[in-house]
Ligand binder design. Structure first.
Ligand code: ATP
Length: 708
C-alpha cells in the first residue's frame, strides 16, 4: 500500500459497514481508501467520487454502470456501491498497487519488471481490453496508473471513468483531457477526440514498450508539447534493440495510422502473438498453452457473457441471495482464496472457482452445508485414495477446510484447466470427434471409474460436465479426469442412497441407465451406460436422444440398439470394435451389459494398445473435441507454478504476506491437505512461527480426524 497514514485533512465518511484503515491515493475525480468490513474483517478499496450537480452525478453513475456491466477477471472487481447526497462510494476489491507503482519501484532499482511478469501482465491487459472491445467499449484512459495488480498478481483494468461505448450508433463522449502522454497521435489532430479501441491499442503498445524498455518516451508540460512528442515519436528508434518479433508487434501497435494498428481481437486471434511468444529470440519465456487457452476463451466470448455467474456483482443480487453469497465469499476468502466466482449450485451446496493467494493457483471449491454429507464425501474420497491404483484419472479433493462456527465444509479440488466435456444444451452442435480421439477419452474415463468401482463406489453422475481435462503445458498433453463424487455411493449399500430421475435436471437424465429412469433396482453397470452415452455423443457430434422430457426419453431409450446397428453401416465410418463397445455398454439389459468389474470394460478390444501411459491426447486432438458453440465459463488462466516456486515460498517467510491482520481469525477453520503438497505453507499461515511446521500440521490433522 502506498501510504501508512491518513493523508487528507478532510476525510469523507465511509459507508456504515466499513472502517477506514488507510488512504491509498487520489485521482482526478476523488480519493481512494483502504477499508475493513466491520463484520467480515475483509479489506476493500473504497473510491469516493464526489459530485456537485446533476451532470456530475450522471457521470459517476455512468462509470458505475459500466463497471457493473463489464465485470471480468481482468477488470477490478466491484463489490458494492453506496450513493450519498454528494458522492458515490464504490467498494472495490483491494489491489496491492498499480502497474505505475510497480514500474516506478523497479526503475528506481535500475531494472525492468522481470520478463515473465511482463508477459503475464501483457496477456492480462490484452484479455481485459479484448473483453471490453468485444462489448463495443473503449477503455479510454489506459495508463499504468489505471492498471491495478491484484493480490494474486493479476493485472486488472481499474478506473472506468473513461470507458465509452463506441460503434453502437450511440453518441460517444468526447475524450476528457486526462493524461496526454497516453493519447494516440490521431487524438491531437481531431477537434473533438473520442475514446476509441484503436486509441486503446496505442496506449497498450506504449505500456508494453515502457515495460520492456524504460518509461518516459512521451513527455511534455502542456497539450502542444505532448502533441509534438506523440506525433514526432519515432517507434523504430525506440524498438531497435528489441527482439524482432517484439519489434513487429510494437511497430504495429504504435503505428501512427490507426487503421494499420492491430485490434485486440486480431492480436489475440492471430497466430502472430503465439509466434512472437514461441520464437526463440522472444524476450518472454513462456507457456504457449496459456495463450491458446486465452484464444479459445476469447472465441467463446459471447457465450461467456451469457453464462457468467451473476455473483461477480454482489450488489445486483436479491438481499437474501446476497447474504448467502457474501457468507460463502467470506468463508472462502478467510481460507486464503481470492477472486471467488460462482459456478454451480447442487444438492450438496455451491461450487465456486477461486484462486489461492500464494502460490496463485486456481481451484474449485465446493461448500457443503450439511456436516453429515460433508463427512460422507470425505470418507468416500479417503477410501478412494486408499484403494485406487491409478487415481490420476480422478480429480480428488486436495484440501478440506471446516468452519467450526457454521459447520460448513469447504472441499478444495484442482481446477488448473477449465475445460470439461460439457455439451451445453441438447441442441448444441460440436464437430464429430475422430474415433481414435474418442477411444482415448473414453479409455481415460473408464480407467477412473474402474478405480472408483474397485474402491467399492458407484459414481452415478457420469455426465460430460463431470469429465475435466488437465493440460500439461510442458509436454503439451491433455488428460481426461473424472470429477464430482457428490452423488457417489457404496456399491454394496446403494439402496440406502436412492437415486431417482425425478427432481434431477433433465440434462442429467439423458445419461441415466434405463433401469434408473424406470425406477427399478440397479447394479454397478449404470456407470457403463453413462459412459456409452458420452462416447456416442462425442462420435455423433450431438446428444444421442432428442427427447424433451423424461417420459419421451423412457420411450426413446429402447431404440438405442437399433440406432447403433445403423451406425455399423460403412457410411458411419466407425470400426467394428467401436460398434461392439457401444453395443456392450449401451445394452438395455443391465445383467448382460459390459461393466467395470474384473476389468471387463477396460479389456474390451476397442481399447487394444492403450495403457495409462500412452492414452493422453495431444493439444490438437483435444481442440477437435471443443464444442463450437459451447460456453467455457472461465477466462482467467494461471500458469502452473513450478516446484521451485513453492519451495521458495516455504523457505522465505517474507514471501508469505502477513494477512492475519487483514483476515478473521483463521483458527475458526481448520484444513486438511489430502495430497500433502502444500501443508507447510498452510501451517505457517495458520500457526505463524511459534510452532514447528510439523507440529502444526499434525495438530490440524488430528483435529480434522476428530471432527469426522
Ligand atoms: N481497488 C484498488 N485497490 C488499491 N488501490 C487502488 C484501487 N483503486 C485505486 N487505487 C489507488 O488509488 C489511487 C487513486 O486512484 P484513482 O483511480 O482515483 O486515480 P488515478 O487513476 O490515479 O487518477 P485519475 O483518476 O486521474 O486517472 C491510485 O494510486 C490507485 O492506485
Amino acid at each position: 500500500m502506498q501510504n501508512d497514514s491518513l493523508q487528507e485533512s478532510y476525510l469523507p465518511p465511509l459507508p456504515e459497514s466499513y472502517v477506514r484503515v488507510n488512504y491509498l491515493g487520489s485521482g482526478g475525480f476523488g480519493s481512494v481508501y483502504q477499508a475493513k468490513h466491520n463484520i467480515t474483517g475483509e479489506m476493500f478499496a473504497i473510491k469516493v467520487i464526489t459530485y456537485t450537480n446533476e451532470m456530475g452525478c450522471k457521470k459517476n453513475e455512468r462509470e458505475i454502470t459500466k463497471l457493473k456491466k463489464f465485470q471480468h477477471p481482468n477488470v477490478v472487481r466491484l463489490v458494492e456501491v453506496k450513493k450519498k447526497p454528494q458522492s458515490h462510494h464504490i467498494v472495490l476489491e483491494l489491489c496491492t498497487c498499480s502497474l505505475a507503482h510497480q514500474m516506478r519501484e523497479s526503475s528506481s532499482k535500475g531494472a525492468n519488471l522481470d520478463r515473465s511478469t511482463i508477459f503475464r501482465y501483457m496477456c492480462d491487459i490484452l484479455e481485459g481490453l479484448a473483453f471490453l472491445h468485444q462489448n463495443k467499449q473503449a477503455f479510454g484512459d489506459l495508463k499504468p496508473s489505471n492498471i491495478l495488480i491484484s493480490r494474486d498478481g493479476v493485472a486488472k483494468l481499474g478506473d472506468f471513468g473513461g470507458v465509452t461505448s463506441v460503434g453502437t450508433g450511440q453518441q460517444s463522449t468526447a475524450k476528457e483531457k486526462g493524461t496526454y502522454q497516453d493519447w494516440a497521435p490521431e487524438f491531437f489532430t481531431r477537434s473533438t477526440p473520442q475514446p476509441s479501441m484503436k486509441g486503446d491499442m496505442w496506449a497498450f503498445g506504449m505500456i508494453l514498450l515502457e515495460m520492456v524498455t524504460r518509461p518516459g518516451w512521451i513527455t511534455g508540460s502542456d497539450a502542444s508539447d505532448f502533441a509534438q512528442s506523440v506525433c514526432g515519436f519515432d517507434v523504430s528508434t525506440a524498438i531497435k534493440s528489441l527482439p524482432e518479433p517484439l519489434q513487429r508487434l510494437l511497430a504495429s501497435l504504435l503505428n501512427p495510422n490507426p487503421k494499420e494498428r492491430w485490434s485486440s481481437s486480431r492480436l489475440l486471434q492471430s497466430e502472430k502473438l503465439l509466434a512472437l511468444i514461441n520464437s526463440s529470440d522472444s524476450i518472454f519465456p513462456m507457456d504457449p498453452m496459456r495463450l491458446r487457452r486465452i484464444q479459445l476463451d476469447f472465441q467463446n466470448h459471447q457465450q461467456l457473457i451469457r453464462t457468467r455467474a451473476p455473483t461477480t456483482i454482489v450488489q445486483t443480487l436479491s438481499p437474501q441471495q446476497q447474504d448467502v453469497q457474501a457468507h460463502d465469499r467470506y468463508l472462502i476468502e478467510s481460507s486464503n482464496y481470492t477472486n471467488v466466482r460462482f459456478l454451480d449450485q447442487d444438492h450438496l451446496g455451491r461450487v465456486y472457482r477461486a484462486v489461492y493467494t500464494l502460490p496463485p493457483i486456481e481451484y474449485r471449491i465446493r461448500i457443503v452445508d450439511d456436516p453429515n454429507e460433508a463427512s460422507r464425501l470425505y470418507q468416500l474420497e479417503k477410501t478412494i485414495e486408499q484403494f485406487c491404483s491409478c487415481s490420476s484419472f480422478l480429480i480428488l479433493t486436495r484440501r478440506v477446510h471446516m468452519c467450526r462456527n457454521t459447520q460448513q465444509t469447504l472441499f478444495v479440488f484442482d481446477d488448473s484447466d477449465q475445460n470439461t466435456l460439457d455439451y451445453g444444451d441438447q441442441t448444441s452442435q460440436r464437430p464429430k470427434a475422430l474415433e481414435d480421439v474418442v477411444r482415448k477419452v473414453i479409455f481415460m474415463i473408464a480407467h477412473g471409474i474402474t478405480d472408483l468401482h474397485k474402491a467399492g463406489f458407484l459414481h452415478r453422475f457420469l455426465v460430460p460436465a463431470n469429465v475435466c481435462f488437465r493440460c500439461d503445458g510442458e509436454c503439451a498433453t491433455v488428460r481426461a479426469l473424472v470429477s464430482n463424487f457428490s452423488r457417489a455411493c457404496p456399491i454394496a449399500d446403494r439402496q440406502s442412497f436412492p437415486l431417482r430421475s425425478e427432481g434431477l435436471p433433465f440434462k442429467t437424465c439423458l445419461y441415466m441407465a434405463p433401469e434408473i429412469l424406470d425406477g427399478l433396482e440397479y447394479g454397478e453397470s449404470i456407470d457403463a451406460w453413462s459412459l456409452g452415452c458420452i462416447a456416442l455423443e462425442l462420435l455423433l457430434g450431438h446428444q444421442p436422444f432428442a427427447s424433451k422430457d423424461i417420459n419421451e426419453l423412457r420411450e426413446e431409450v429402447p431404440s438405442i440398439p437399433t440406432f447403433i446397428d445403423d451406425l455399423a453401416a460403412p457410411a458411419a465410418g466407425l470400426t467394428d470394435d467401436c460398434i461392439s463397445f457401444l453395443k456392450g455398454v449401451l445394452d438395455l439389459n443391465q445383467m448382460s451389459r459390459l461393466s467395470f468389474s474384473n476389468n471387463a470394460l477396460l479389456s474390451h478390444r476397442w481399447f487394444a494398445g492403450l495403457s495409462p501411459s500412452n492414452c493422453d491426447l495431444t493439444w490438437d486432438d483435444f481442440q477437435t473435441l471443443a464444442p463450437t458453440d459451447i460456453p467455457q465459463p472461465q477466462t482467467s488462466v494461471f500458469d502452473p507454478l513450478s516446484v521451485e516456486h513453492e519451495q521458495s515460498t516455504v523457505q522465505h517467510d517474507e514471501a508469505i504476506p502477513a494477512e492475519d491482520d487483514q483476515r478473521p481469525n483463521l483458527n475458526s477453520s481448520v484444513y486438511l491437505d489430502l495430497r500433502g503438497n502444500h501443508s507447510e505453507v498452510y501451517a505457517r499461515r495458520i500457526a505463524g512461527e511459534s510452532q514447528s511446521i510439523h507440529d502444526t500440521v499434525q495438530h490440524h490433522l488430528d483435529a480434522v480426524e476428530r471432527d469426522f
